[in-house]
Ligand binder design. Structure first.
Ligand SMILES: C[S@@+](CC[C@H](N)C(=O)[O-])C[C@H]1O[C@@H](n2cnc3c(N)ncnc32)[C@H](O)[C@@H]1O
Length: 161
């Protein structure tokens, strides 16, 4: 199993290319299928405070902000956070992005009305800690919504020794 630092190195190494590709429409699965399905299931978030965990370059965080949520977002790869912040500077939606790990969120307990993770929980080393953190920062009665790859796409033969 990869540890957090190794996962972070891989994502950081891919972040520039990933950002260029998703922003030119190559993440068809995300944009045509996953995100629309995710948003269709999402409760009303207008005027709620939310945290997007593993936000990448931030497109899905921006979708939540466009629905009226007050968003913060974290990712472990600094290049993603730089791109997200550059977009926030040129097209402000009031989103605060920061480089941080899902397994040690830099927020107090009960800070958010809701948390989200779009296709990131299965990429995080120690997902059980990320889940505990997503819960810790939620206000009582808040919700955590996430999407992951179906386990049938991550069979044991993909596991590194
Ligand atoms: C498949 S991408 C999804 C990105 C974004 N949510 C989207 O839908 O475009 C998975 C993301 O998880 C992030 N990630 C992996 N481990 C992380 C960790 N420990 N803490 C925060 N983010 C992490 C990666 O850097 C990457 O941006």
């Amino acid at each position: 199993m990869m540890d957090e630092q190794e996962v972070a190195r891989y994502w950081e190494g891919n972040a520039e290319t990933w950002t260029r590709h998703v922003r030119t429409g190559y993440d068809v699965y995300r944009d045509a299928l996953n995100t629309p399905a995710f948003l269709a299931l999402l409760p009303v978030v207008h005027e709620l405070s939310g945290l997007d965990i593993g936000c990448g370059e931030g497109e899905n965080t921006r979708q939540l902000a466009r629905q009226g949520a007050r968003m913060q977002a974290v990712d472990i790869a600094p290049t993603f956070i730089r791109h997200a912040n550059e977009t926030e500077a040129s097209e402000p939606l009031g989103i605060s992005y920061q480089e941080a790990s899902a397994i040690a969120l830099p927020f107090t307990d009960a800070a958010f009305d809701f948390t989200t993770a779009f296709m990131s929980m299965m990429d995080i080393a120690r997902p059980e800690m990320a889940l505990a953190e997503a819960y810790r920062v939620l206000k009582p009665g808040g919700f955590f919504q996430f999407s992951i790859l179906h386990p049938c796409f991550v069979p044991p033969w993909r596991t590194r020794g």
